[in-house]
Design a protein. Sequence first.
Length: 305
Amino acid sequence: MGTSCPAYGEDAGAADRLRQEVAAGCSGVDRPRLCPPALAQTSGIYREQSPPAALASYFKCLWLHRMPDGAPSTIAVVPDGCSDIIWSSKGLAIVGPDRVAAFPKLPAGETIIGARFRIGAAAPWLRTPLREITGQTVPLHLVWGPAANEIEARMREAASTPERLGVLAAALLGRLSAAAEPPPPDIAACVAHLQVDRLTLDDPVRPLVREIGTSERTFRRLCHEHLGYGAKTLDRILRLQRFLAACRSRPGDTLANIAVDAGYADQAHLAREARGLTSFTPREIQRQLAARFGLGRVENSHITD
C-alpha cells in the first residue's frame, strides 16, 4: 500500500545509504570526516499549535516545518511513535509510524504542514491497520478517496500557511463523527503505561498483558494494528524521546546522567539504542540539540506566518 513520500523524494534507498554512511563515521586518514544530516527539529523553522478542542483526543498538534532557502536539505526524522497527515507542494499523504530514523531530502524553502495523531489514535481514523503503513508514506486519496482530492485542491488555493492549516483542521472536523473512534482500551492502557517517565529496562509486555488480562498473541496483534509495531519497539522509541527532551532542557548535563534519567541502564545502553534507532551517537544528538535549544527554548507557538 505504501509508496515513497511525495514530499520527501523518490529515492527509496537514500535512507539506508545515509544510515550506513553516518554509522561508518570517520575511519582512516584518507577519508574526510562525514557530517551527519541535521536532526529535523534543528533544521529550518518548526512550529506547533494545539488542534481544535474537538480533535484534541485524537491529534497531538498541528504543525509546520519550513526548510531553509538556498540548497536542498537532508534531515533526520527521528521516530516518535506517531503517524501524521501531511501536505507539501506535492500533495497530501499519510506518514506511518517509523521504527528507525528517516532521512528525507527536501527542496530548499519547502513548507510542509501536518496534523500529528496521538499514539494509538490513527488506525480508527484511517480505517487502516498501521502495520500496513509502518515506515511508509501513502497518498491520502488511497485511503479517503475523492474527498482527499477535494481537500488538497482547497489547500492549494489557500493564500497562506495558516489558511492551509485551517483547511486541514476543518476537513478533520468534518470527518470527526464518521471517522473517529477511540483506540481500544487495551491500546490506551499500553500507551499510558509506556509513556510514564520511568525506568523501562525489563520486558514491558508481560506486566502489560497481566494488567490488561489478555493473551500475548492478542496483545501483539492489537499493537501491530494500532501502533504499527510491538510494545517493546514503542517502549524503545519513547525512551529515546525522553532522552531527546532531556537534551533540549538540560544541554549542559552529562550523558551519563541523562541516560539513567531517561530509563537506560547506563551510557553504553544509550549509545547502542541511539545508534540503532537514529544512526547518530548520543554525543552528536546532544551537540545538535544544545546548539538549537541551548537556552531551553522550545519552539511551540501559534502559527501566524
